[in-house]
Ligand binder design. Structure first.
Ligand code: PEP
Ligand code: MN
Length: 334
C-alpha cells in the first residue's frame, strides 16, 4: 500500500503517521519527492482502513499495490533513481557507456582497452575476473589477480570498475570494485542477492536467460529489501527459439521496466546478439528506446580473446558505435 501525503506536511506529522503505521505492524518506506512525500507500507495491510486514512487531512491519496515488489516499484518512487558508480552517476538523465573486455586477461590488455574506450566516451570499465562458463574446461577468469588488475587500471585511468561476483564469500575481494555485477546465471541466486543487499555497493543485476521482467524485479527486490537500494537493471537478451543470434534482445523491456520501476535500466547488446557486427544497430536501438546506459564488450584483439571474441568490438569499432549512440541520446533529449 502507498500513501501519498499532501504538500506542505511537516516532518513531525510524517513521523507521527509513521509511528502509527509501525504500531500496526508495518514497515514504512519514506520517499521524499520534490512536491510530495510518499509512504510505502510493507507488510500485511489488509487490516488498514483505507477510507479512514483518506479522511486524514495530511493524506492526499492511498493506493493499494498488487505487485509483489515494493522497494523496486515506481509507485513508491516517482522520481528516477540516480545511482553513483564511483565518480560517475547513472539514471535520471545521466546516460553512461560501460565498455571493456569479457574477461580480464592481463594488465597490458586492460590498460590499453581502458585508455581507448575512455577516449571514446565510456565512463565505466568492465572486465570479468570470475567467469561463469558453460564448460568447466574453458577459461574461468584470473580471479583475485583479475580484480587487482582492474584496480590498478582504475588508479591510472580514473575509470570506475564493474566486475561479476559469483560467490558471496568473495566479497572481501570486491572492496575496490565500484559496481558489482550479478550475471544472468545468478539472477535468482537468492542467497547471493541477500548478501549483496547487506553491502553498500551498487549492484548491476542482469536479466536471467529465461526470466520474466517480474522475476527480474523480484530479484532486485531481494537486494533492496536487505537495505541496498542501489540496483541497476540490465537487459542482456533472453533465450528464444531463434538461433542466428546468441539470445533475443527484448527492447520492449526498456519502456516496460521504465513504467514499473524507478531503477536505471541498461542494455548489453554484446551478450544479447553474440555477433559483433550486430552490436552497433542494437546499441543504437537501445539508446533510442530510452536506456540509461549501454554495456559493450571491447577487446584489443577479438580473434585472440579468451572469452566472447565473436561478439567483441575493436576499440575503433566501439568508437564509432559510441559516437552514434551519443548522437541518438542528444536527439531524444531534445
Ligand atoms: C558478462 O557480462 O560478462 C556476462 C557473463 O554476461 P551474462 O551474465 O549476461 O551472460
Ligand atoms: Mn562475455
Amino acid at each position: 500500500m502507498v500513501a501519498v501525503l499532501k504538500q506542505g506536511v511537516s516532518k513531525q506529522q510524517v513521523e507521527n503517521l509513521c509511528v502509527w503505521f509501525r504500531g500496526q505492524g508495518l514497515d514504512v518506506h519514506i520517499s521524499e519527492g520534490q512536491f510530495h512525500t510518499v509512504l510505502g507500507l510493507i507488510g500485511d495491510t489488509s487490516k488498514i482502513d483505507i477510507d479512514l486514512l483518506e479522511s486524514l487531512n495530511i493524506i492526499e491519496s492511498v493506493k493499494t499495490i498488487s505487485e509483489p515488489f515494493k522497494n523496486a516499484n515506481r509507485k513508491f518512487h516517482h522520481d528516477d533513481a540516480v545511482i553513483d558508480i564511483g565518480n560517475t552517476k547513472i539514471g535520471g538523465g545521466y546516460f553512461r557507456l560501460i565498455a571493456g573486455p569479457c574477461s580480464v586477461e592481463s594488465y597490458d590488455q586492460m590498460l590499453d582497452i581502458a585508455r581507448k574506450v575512455k577516449t571514446s566516451g565510456a565512463s565505466v570499465l568492465r572486465g570479468g575476473a570470475f567467469k561463469p562458463r558453460t564448460s568447466p574446461y574453458d577459461f574461468q577468469g584470473l580471479h583475485a589477480e583479475g580484480i587487482e588488475i582492474l584496480s590498478r587500471v582504475k588508479a591510472i585511468t580514473g575509470m570506475p570498475i564493474v566486475t561479476e561476483i559469483m560467490n558471496a564469500n568473495h566479497l572481501p575481494l570486491f572492496e575496490d570494485v565500484d559496481l558489482i555485477q550479478v550475471g544472468a546465471r545468478n539472477m535468482q541466486n537468492f542467497e547471493l542477492l541477500k548478501e549483496l543487499g547487506k553491502t553498500n555497493k551498487p549492484i548491476l543485476l542482469k536479466r536471467g536467460l529465461s526470466n520474466t521482467l517480474k522475476e527480474l524485479l523480484m530479484s532486485a527486490e531481494y537486494i533492496m529489501a536487505g537495505g541496498n537500494e542501489q540496483v541497476i537493471l540490465c537487459e542482456r537478451g533472453i533465450r528464444t527459439f531463434e538461433t542466428y543470434t546468441r539470445n533475443t534482445l527484448d527492447l520492449s523491456a526498456i519502456p516496460m521496466l521504465r513504467e514499473l520501476t524507478h531503477l536505471p535500466i541498461i542494455v548489453d547488446p554484446s551478450h544479447a546478439t553474440g555477433v559483433a557486427r550486430l552490436v552497433k544497430s542494437m546499441a543504437m536501438a537501445a539508446a533510442a528506446a530510452g536506456a540509461d546506459g549501454i554495456m559493450i564488450e571491447v577487446h584489443n584483439n577479438p580473434p585472440g580473446a579468451l572469452c566472447d571474441g565473436a561478439q567483441s568490438l575493436t576499440p575503433e569499432q566501439f568508437n564509432n558505435v559510441a559516437e552514434k549512440v551519443i548522437r541518438i541520446r542528444e536527439v531524444i533529449e531534445q
